[in-house]
Design a protein around this ligand. Structure first.
Ligand code: MG
Length: 280
């Protein structure tokens, strides 16, 4: 399971880089940052049916950091929500695979991209689930820079007021946003204390450890009648040495040489993974 999903995550990284390279557009750093979180949720945790995207009992996922859409499209295509070949149309004229996700794409629950909206919509979905006596869960993935939006904190208050223990928010805590380190642009810490003060149960995880993420998500809620926040420690640009932790890669597009080197690094990771598996 673990090696299989690690391999999946590397393949998703290759696909998203290819999409960005071919489209000459995209958000490279943030997409690479959240791949392991997306893979953990979609392959190891969530109840989904790609053949019936609107299945009433599905778990809901909201990519509130909508600019990381390339990773999300690659996951949805791999799961079979739409064809892999459609990824080739990313950001082309007339394609439904636009630079931020919309509900025209099967599997996408809500249009996102304008930051700070996803959690509020997730609160509504979780509240609806309680009213309808459904047992689905709602997962909302936010960027850490996104926490500068005041609407996030309004939604956080509402979630704890309504005791939404079917709601899980995840912060992709890579400590960078478009213009620099989060703690320099608008200080977030003490993040755990802030969310706890808003009535949330806060947990921490290595946002690149798929096994750890899956077991953590599966154990939720750990406290009844309480919404949960997972602070996932991540690296922006994770997986490519010269992209990691570089703010300029927020939406920098790889040139020919960078694309070639990035793909070589990912291929090498696949070889290493296969080698470690055969040695076990
Ligand atoms: Mg960030």
């Amino acid at each position: 399971m673990s090696a299989e999903l690690k391999l999946k995550a590397i393949e998703i990284r290759k696909k998203l880089l290819s999409m960005i390279y071919k489209a000459k557009s995209g958000h490279t750093g943030g997409s690479l940052s959240c791949v392991d979180i997306l893979v953990s949720l979609h392959y190891g945790v969530m109840r989904l049916n790609p053949k019936d995207p609107k299945w009433a009992d599905r778990d809901r996922f909201i990519l509130s950091k909508g600019h990381s859409v390339e990773a999300y499209y690659a996951v949805l295509a791999d799961l079979g929500f739409f064809s892999e070949t459609e990824l080739e149309t990313y950001c082309r004229f007339g394609s439904r695979l636009t630079g931020h996700p919309t509900t025209k794409v099967p599997g996408v629950e809500v249009n996102t991209g304008a930051l700070g909206h996803g959690l509020a919509v997730g609160v509504g979905m979780a509240l609806a689930g309680k009213i309808d006596k459904k047992d689905y869960k709602v997962f909302v993935l936010m960027g850490d820079g996104e926490l500068g939006e005041g609407s996030v904190w309004e939604a956080a208050q509402v979630a704890s007021h309504h005791k939404l223990d079917n709601l899980v928010a995840i912060v992709d805590r890579n400590r960078l946003q478009i213009s620099g380190p989060t703690e320099e642009v608008l200080r977030l810490e003490d993040l755990q204390a802030k969310w706890t003060a808003f009535g949330w149960k806060v947990l921490r995880a290595d946002g690149h450890d798929i096994d750890q993420l899956i077991s953590l998500f599966k154990a939720l809620p750990t406290v009844p009648q309480t919404p949960h926040l997972v602070i996932a420690q991540t690296i922006k640009g994770k997986g490519i040495s010269f992209i990691e932790n570089r703010k300029e890669w927020h939406h920098h597009v790889p040139n020919d040489d960078e694309y070639k080197r990035a793909m070589e690094e990912l291929d090498e990771q696949i070889r290493e993974l296969e080698k470690s598996c055969t040695h076990k």
